[in-house]
Ligand binder design. Structure first.
Ligand SMILES: NC(=O)C1=CN([C@@H]2O[C@H](COP(=O)(O)OP(=O)(O)OC[C@H]3O[C@@H](n4cnc5c(N)ncnc54)[C@H](O)[C@@H]3O)[C@@H](O)[C@H]2O)C=CC1
Ligand SMILES: O=C(O)CCC(=O)C(=O)O
Length: 433
């Protein structure tokens, strides 16, 4: 089904229902179709790239702490292996769906191509509620999920990493389970591992660090100054808290932070290291003394220079895009903006740093981890950060120059650049013979 033909008949007019609008796979497909049509993409390559290469569905039995047995459904979708092994995180959430994982997998393909690293795209997800599971239950689920995927993952096939509600401990369990099956330690099967077992220095902070570098570039591109530039960040998990921390350390004024259960605002700026400490102890941002509590949905529409959505998909839709009052939207999350909202933001003149560029610092550092594991030689944190910055800055400049040259917005420029690179390799390899 063509998403574009439904939604873009009069320019990109929002004729989708809200349910269609917030379907991440449709959101991905709509941007793909628009970019592919502007590229005059070969119809055969179009067909190949508009569907995932492989979709794996597993049902994972797990003995729970009370002795009962639960069966969890998990997915791993490999969208493309054209430019290298599939690469992408694993997410644990009650909201996981096959369409979401499909979208996230294809975004990984485009993201790796935008930053020009030698990977394809994949993503995994398990439908579960990690907030209500013990460490033991999470470990057993992770190990069986890994065992079910054993022949589909590997350093040269598909290399998972953390995403929402997974972390370096999850990666350690996957690495160990894979290694048990292979009868030898294989560190490069996953990235985002603890540093003592082959993880890369800097990986935990890399996505947020990369988002902060993208804010620097956007500010420079618009002739603004860091001093006095205000930022609101949605989500205070791995990406949001590290973005806020790096922006705070660089001298930005972080005026707002939202979480799923509350939000904080201080027009003079929030002390982010103090908030991180508070959250560690209290388990929530609510009640932090250095800011007032405000409504979380209203906060993202308050005036600020930069808005960083760093939580879930669909934070910005046709329902609230018109109300945004930021100059720059720098997307830490995957898919925070719907296709319909894109046009509204463009009409408002908001400078968008799209997800497949803005949050690519994580996978770029994962690439460094995979390289270091395969060499068995590890870089200093300064070396990692320097290489990360070089790739992020170059990619930003590539996308912005492409947008200017082709008279498209930054998001479509990023898709066009990525699709062109993946299409070229797919054709060169002849991945249809
Ligand atoms: N971890 C990584 O390296 C990368 C993550 N991403 C994307 O960044 C986003 C966040 O991922 P992580 O930070 O890793 O996950 P995380 O699980 O560490 O943090 C997500 C945070 O968002 C909060 N949250 C959930 N719903 C919210 C809502 N409606 N409003 C405000 N906050 C809400 C959660 O409570 C949590 O603190 C996801 O879209 C993920 O796919 C993208 C690139 C790399
Ligand atoms: O580090 C990686 O391999 C992937 C991170 C990820 O899942 C993402 O960029 O969305």
């Amino acid at each position: 089904m063509s998403v574009i033909s439904k939604s873009a008949s009069s320019k990109n007019s929002p004729t989708l229902s809200l349910e269609q609008e917030i379907n991440p796979w449709q959101a991905q497909a709509a941007r793909f179709e628009l970019a592919a049509s502007k590229l005059n993409l070969d119809p055969g390559i179009w067909k190949i790239l508009s569907v995932p290469q492989r979709e794996i569905i597993v049902h994972i039995p797990v003995q729970m702490d009370d002795g009962s047995i639960e069966v969890f459904t998990g997915y791993r979708v490999q969208h493309s292996t054209s430019r290298g092994p599939a690469k992408g995180g694993i997410r644990y959430s009650p909201e996981v769906s096959l369409d979401e994982v499909r979208a996230l997998a294809s975004w990984m393909t485009w993201k790796c191509a935008v930053v020009n690293i030698p990977f394809g795209g994949a993503k995994g997800g398990v439908i579960c509620d990690p907030k209500h599971m013990s460490q033991g239950e999470l470990e057993r689920m992770t190990r069986r999920y890994t065992a079910e995927l054993i022949e589909f993952i590997g350093p040269e096939k598909d290399v998972p990493a953390p995403d929402m509600n997974t972390n370096e401990q999850t990666m350690a369990w996957i690495m160990d389970t894979y290694s048990m099956h292979m009868r030898q330690t294989v560190t490069s099967v996953v990235t985002g591992k603890p540093v003592n077992m082959g993880g890369s220095r800097g990986r935990t902070e890399a996505t947020g660090r990369g988002v902060s570098i993208m804010c620097d570039e956007a500010v420079r591109a618009l002739g603004m100054k860091v001093e006095g530039t205000t930022v609101i960040v949605q989500g205070f998990g791995n990406v949001g808290s590290n973005t806020a921390k790096h922006l705070y350390l660089k001298g930005y004024t972080v005026t707002g932070i939202t979480e799923y259960d509350g939000a904080l605002y201080n027009p003079k700026g929030i002390d982010i290291p103090a908030l991180a400490e508070y959250r560690k102890k209290a388990g929530t941002i609510n009640g932090f003394p250095g800011a007032e509590s405000v409504d979380k949905d209203e906060l993202i529409t308050r005036e600020c220079d930069i808005l960083v959505p760093a939580a879930t998909e669909n934070a910005i839709t046709s329902q609230n895009a018109e109300k945004l009052r930021c100059r720059i939207l720098c997307e830490g999350a995957n898919g925070p903006t719907t296709f319909v909202a894109d046009e509204i933001l463009e009409n408002k003149g908001i400078f968008v740093v799209p997800d497949i560029l803005a949050n690519a610092g994580g996978v770029t550092c994962s690439y460094f981890e995979w390289v270091q594991d395969r060499m068995g030689y590890f870089w200093t944190e300064a070396e990692v950060n320097q290489r990360l910055e070089a790739i992020m800055v170059e990619s930003f400049r590539d996308v912005v120059a492409y947008a200017a040259a082709h008279k498209v917005n930054n998001r479509i420029a990023a898709y066009m650049l990525a699709i062109d690179r993946v299409a070229f390799t797919t054709k060169q390899r002849g991945m249809y013979a």
